[in-house]
Design a protein around this ligand. Structure first.
Ligand code: GLU
Length: 327
């Protein structure tokens, strides 16, 4: 029986328009999701399709309010007996953040596949139609249920926890780094590389959560000074993620100021600006002594997402470290 796949459009380059395909200038988030669907030959033969527009923006403008609204809509649709699977179109710039957020606050056996594109819908060799075709093929695949949120780009199927944008050139923009791929899909043929895990409860409940706490990300560099740390704390940040050098390190000046911030209730997470990294507790930096949390291999942008959610439940550094070990 044909499965029913519901699509939610949020914008991005996949919905982008380039006035002249000979020039690079274009705007993301122009075409509505209905228009994108009708441009893909054979899509309606893969599944019964329905769609809705959530927002139509460049994903750099995604924010907590949209994330919460999108997650609530996804949770409602996951409970809707008429729908078998979901697909979300999204800009690639923050695709990994939204995908990771949704993976933490939703839990359903129904597949949810996120797709984007690197070239606008009007480009000479637009990659959006192929990504949509493969995304729907993954969403309706009998092996997809139970795998939760997936990110599908250029024939590769990623978990949000590991997927990250590693290139701004060409269609193969995402890599799964330390985590590896879940599967691959070629012209609608899906090949899973691992078994589906058991469905588990969502890591976080967003019921009653109106907004997420402010968490800022600061990038470390040689000789980092403390001024931006002070500015973030003064602006009301409840958490700070440091995209540290190497294994989440930073200058002595920055460490001293962050130790002080941590002692005053600001949660400090050490992540790394290095794409392939593992920031372990109490390495070169003594987290026990400074009151910091180590992000392991979670990148700075996703560490921010996780810390925002963790802070809705607790500001106990020991418990937040456990969250970073588990999620
Ligand atoms: N900055 C835009 C966005 O993330 C375009 C990038 C893209 O989708 O590839 O939506």
């Amino acid at each position: 029986m044909m499965r029913r796949v519901h699509l939610l459009g949020t914008g991005g380059t996949i919905a982008g328009a380039q006035p002249d395909p000979r020039h690079t200038g274009y705007s993301p988030g122009v075409y509505p999701i209905e228009t994108l669907l009708t441009a893909v030959p054979g899509l309606g033969e893969l599944a019964h399709l329905s769609c809705e527009q959530v927002v139509n923006i460049g994903s750099q403008d995604m924010d907590d309010a949209i994330w919460l609204a999108l997650a609530r809509r996804v949770n409602d649709l996951a409970d809707d007996a008429v729908i078998d699977a979901l697909l979300i179109t999204h800009g690639t710039d923050t695709l990994e953040e939204t995908a990771y957020f949704l993976s933490l606050v939703t839990a359903s056996a129904k597949p949810m596949v996120m797709v984007g594109a690197m070239r606008p819908a009007t480009a000479i060799s637009a990659d959006g139609p192929g990504n949509l075709y493969n995304g729907v093929a993954v969403a309706r695949d009998p092996g997809a249920p139970g795998r939760g949120t997936l990110l599908c780009m250029d024939g590769e199927i990623h978990r949000p926890r590991y997927a990250t944008k590693t290139s701004t050139m060409g269609a193969s923009a995402f890599s799964s780094l330390l985590g590896g791929l879940v599967g691959v899909v070629q012209t609608g043929r899906v090949h899973w590389l691992e078994r589906a895990p058991p469905v588990r409860a969502a890591h976080f409940s967003i019921s009653g959560v109106e907004r997420l706490p402010r968490v800022d990300v600061l990038i470390a560099h040689a000789g980092m000074n403390a001024d931006l740390i002070d500015a973030a704390v003064a602006a009301g940040a409840r958490g700070l993620v440091i995209a540290g050098v190497g294994s989440g390190n930073m200058s002595g000046r920055a460490i001293a100021r962050l130790t002080d911030a941590a002692a005053h209730g600001v949660t400090v997470v050490r992540s790394s600006r290095v794409p392939r990294s593992m920031v372990l507790r109490n390495g070169e930096v003594d987290d026990d002594h400074h009151g910091f949390v180590a992000a392991r291999d979670l990148n700075p942008a996703k560490s921010r997402v996780l810390l925002q959610l963790a802070l809705t439940a607790t500001n106990d550094t020991r418990l937040i470290q456990e969250v970073f070990e588990r999620c």
